[in-house]
Design a protein around this ligand. Structure first.
Ligand code: GRG
Length: 293
């Protein structure tokens, strides 16, 4: 099976697990239907894949962490649903179709986002997990910290009220890492945490997450500048129109691309100690560079 086939199977399997769970737990139809709309067959699910591959480095089986992989996609999807609301980015398109509040209504989008947050913690702590109670607590604590005011939500807050005229590259880097990078830190460090790696392993994977996050952000900014709604599946050129501070805005396109090359070299050096297994994570960075959406 090729890597692409393997990841396509994982995406389908995660969708199936979500639907099976929602129906078996008897979630209301009003919650299930919008979740199906925004989640099934949509999104690259790179956070789930990163988590699974990080766990693979430490010989943890996919089946043992499948629910945690689904949980992180629930958190990520909630963040997109809420980010698209009129009070935030006010977007009409997401994942190639109408945003959730456009397809349904704002109350549904808010409540479905809220339900996805709770669902993530429900999934991690359910009794089917092969993980020890101690490990679950660590994972729950990390997810709460990295997705909350110290991480993703905090970064979103900084982003909403950042003044482009006074923002330095350091300010933008730090805001963007909180907003999108901390979830990458969660998934990348899940491997050594669940697989009982050393403190050094956690530090290495945390550094890898920072580099991956930086490559992700630059490639996302490039898509915003160079792509179209049809190809990207979401509104583009929004940052420029909104006068939002971006790294590309400050560094320029050439320098930003050079930063990707430097990051890739650092990723290679960090992953060298994990041999062939580390190459899987390196290749996920390369996929970011080539992505169109
Ligand atoms: C807490 C409301 C709230 C927001 C958190 C993540 C975030 C902050 C907002 C999303 C806005 C945004 C478009 C940020 C750019 C980076 C990003 C997260 C892009 C979408 O992620 P992908 O490319 O999306 O992984 P798919 O659809 O493939 O899952």
């Amino acid at each position: 099976m090729s890597t692409e086939e393997k990841y396509a199977t994982i995406r389908k399997d995660i969708d199936k697990r979500l639907i099976d769970y929602l129906y078996s737990a008897n979630y209301p139809k009003n919650i299930i239907d919008p979740i199906k709309y925004i989640f099934l067959g949509k999104g690259k699910k790179i956070r789930a894949i990163l988590l699974i591959e990080s766990c693979g480095l430490f010989n943890i089986d996919y089946e043992d962490v499948k629910d945690i992989a689904l949980a992180i996609e629930c958190i990520h999807t909630y963040s997109l649903i809420h980010d698209d609301l009129p009070a935030m980015d006010d977007d009409d398109y997401r994942r190639g179709e109408l945003t959730l509040h456009k397809k349904y209504d704002e109350a549904t989008a808010i409540l479905v986002g809220d339900a996805l947050i709770s669902l993530a913690f429900e999934l991690i702590t359910n009794e089917n997990q092969a993980l020890s109670a101690e490990c679950k607590i660590q994972i729950v604590n990390n997810l709460a910290r990295f997705s909350g005011g110290l991480g993703m939500v905090g970064g979103q807050m900084l982003d909403m009220y950042m003044d482009p005229s006074t923002s330095s590259i350091k300010d933008i880097n730090s805001m963007q890492f909180m907003k999108t990078g901390e979830l990458f830190r969660f998934v990348c460090t899940a491997g050594p945490i669940i697989g009982c790696g050393s403190e050094d392993d956690i530090k290495n994977l945390s550094k890898f997450a920072e580099l991956y996050g930086s490559i992700f952000q630059i490639s996302d900014d490039l898509i915003d500048i160079e792509s179209t709604l049809e190809i990207a599946g979401k509104s583009v050129k929004k940052d420029i129109k909104a006068g939002k501070p971006t790294l590309i805005g400050l560094l320029g396109i050439e320098e930003s691309k050079r930063k990707i090359t430097i990051n890739l070299q650092q990723v290679e050096a960090i992953l060298e100690r994990y041999g062939n297994k580390g190459k899987v994570l390196y290749n996920l960075c390369l996929q970011l560079v080539d992505r169109k959406s």
